[in-house]
Design a protein around this ligand. Structure first.
Ligand code: GAP
Length: 440
């Protein structure tokens, strides 16, 4: 019998206990909704980013970029973020709690203190973080932390199209931090004020956006599935027309069923020619494309974007992987993170049965060989049962145990995380065995 994650607090506690995610500045009492990725969390996050980068840029028609977080302030005027990137904010006059008006029922009581008829009128709150550039603090030095990575791509459209000699359709991909002063962050790393995005803008001829929406919808869905997310916990959520972002004419989200309910992990948006047109107008630079394949027609390309949250993808993978087997059975209960081998932070654990010179020498040599290809862990502390449980909890697909027989028969025991089956493998065949099992 196997059960899934029931509450986010169980995951938060595993993540802290096992070194995935810690509260930011914890020794100072933490900073609200800011989180630090520990040794295992950063491995998992890098696995997500590497998988995305490979899927999105190891192809002929997509190039990568890494743009600056701070951009010319006019970018945000042109993109519509200064005037339109707002949420409706209301306060409870009694307990002073703040809410997004669109997320609560204002006719009911305050979700925090229970008071009724207590809300201030709604006002628009801009979500961009402001800061100052240089030594002088005045309006002219005001800059913003980017609220989406997409604009770093739009302003580089011409640079990349011309230097890489790209013809439409082609895309530009980027992974990087974005910042939003969210009114109600929360649910662990689901909604934070500093987060990482993985975005790709695909530049196309006007009129073919629906066709490319379909292509990218399928590709992005399959990518999440290939990382191990169960399809039964994923769904499409089209944006209703009256809820579309200011730049989009069609948009759909991929949602995952988190313990707190369904939540967006990625958006696929048809952004028309909105952004490039705006940047052409505000910068005065000609951003038209000359289509040699269509009689040198000049036009501003349309864009289909795929916008995934790295932290939300990590959260979905953590929630999805979390299983408890034989719950309530003191002997047999175990918590296992059933990550796909590609996503697992540690691929192989090397465990000498005991802390003994002969065993440790062989084990250390195996560990050194294994870690040339795979992120591995060496652990000699505690009983072998406890060490297996720890590896189960961090989702290590294979444990290699070196026992006294290993010294005689030059073989080791390899334990499979999911089946708990143990196979005896010759040390000189271990590399091939792991390669075959891990499939990369
Ligand atoms: N360029 C389009 C864009 O930024 P979005 O739907 O606002 O679209 C894309 O964001 C993805 O970024 C979301 O699907 C989500 O995964 C992630 N994201 C957005 N806001 C976030 C936040 N406050 N905390 C964590 N992830 C966030």
């Amino acid at each position: 019998m196997e059960s899934n994650l029931k509450s986010m607090s169980d995951l938060v506690s595993l993540c802290k206990r096992r070194g995935f995610i810690f509260q930011s500045s914890e020794v100072y009492g933490g900073l609200g909704s800011c989180w630090d990725y520990g040794p295992l969390g950063v491995e998992l996050k890098n696995n997500v980013k590497n998988s995305w980068w490979k899927a999105m840029t190891y192809r002929e028609d997509i190039e990568g970029v890494d743009a600056s977080i701070l951009m010319h302030p006019k970018v945000w005027k042109a993109s519509g973020h200064i005037d339109g990137f707002t949420d409706p904010l209301i306060d409870c006059k009694i307990c002073k709690s703040r809410f997004r008006e669109d997320l609560i029922d204002t006719a009911a009581k305050c979700p925090n203190c229970g008071a009724s008829d207590c809300f201030t009128p709604s006002r628009e709150f801009n979500l961009m973080f402001k800061t100052q550039m240089g030594a002088v603090e005045d309006d002219s030095s005001e800059v913003f932390l980017r609220p989406e990575t997409a604009q770093g791509i739009f302003v580089n459209f011409l640079n990349i199209q011309s230097t890489m000699r790209k013809k439409l359709p082609f895309g530009i991909a980027q992974i990087g931090k974005s910042f939003r002063n969210e009114i109600t962050p929360g649910n662990f790393i689901f909604r934070t004020r500093e987060f990482e995005q993985m975005e790709m803008q695909y530049f196309i001829k006007p009129g073919v956006q629906l066709e490319f929406m379909d292509t990218w919808k399928q590709l992005r869905w399959s990518w999440h599935v290939s990382n191990g997310l169960r399809e039964s916990r994923m769904k499409w959520a089209p944006h209703p027309e009256d809820k579309l972002a200011h730049y989009a004419d069609v948009a759909v989200d991929i949602e995952y069923e988190f313990p707190m309910g369904w939540g967006e992990i990625e958006g696929i948006h048809s952004r028309t020619d909105f952004d490039l047109k705006q940047h052409e107008e505000y910068s005065g630079k000609n951003l038209h494309y000359v289509d040699q394949a269509d009689g040198n027609k000049k036009y501003i390309p349309y864009v289909v974007e795929t916008a995934a949250g790295c932290d939300r993808t990590v959260l979905a993978l953590l929630c999805d992987a979390y299983r408890v087997e034989n719950e309530g059975d003191k002997e047999k209960e175990r918590t296992v993170m059933k990550f796909s081998p590609q996503m697992a932070p540690i691929k192989v654990a090397v465990l000498p049965l005991m802390k003994k010179v002969g065993l440790e020498e062989v084990a250390k040599k195996i560990f050194q060989d294994v870690q040339i290809d795979y992120k591995a862990e060496y652990d000699v502390a505690g009983s072998i049962g406890k060490r297996y449980r720890r590896q189960d909890e961090i989702g290590t697909p294979f444990c290699v145990t070196i026992d006294y027989d290993s010294l005689e028969d030059q073989s080791v025991t390899v334990r499979n995380r999911d089946t708990m089956e143990q196979s005896r493998i010759a040390i000189n065949q271990l590399h091939n065995y792991l390669k075959d099992q891990l499939k990369f």
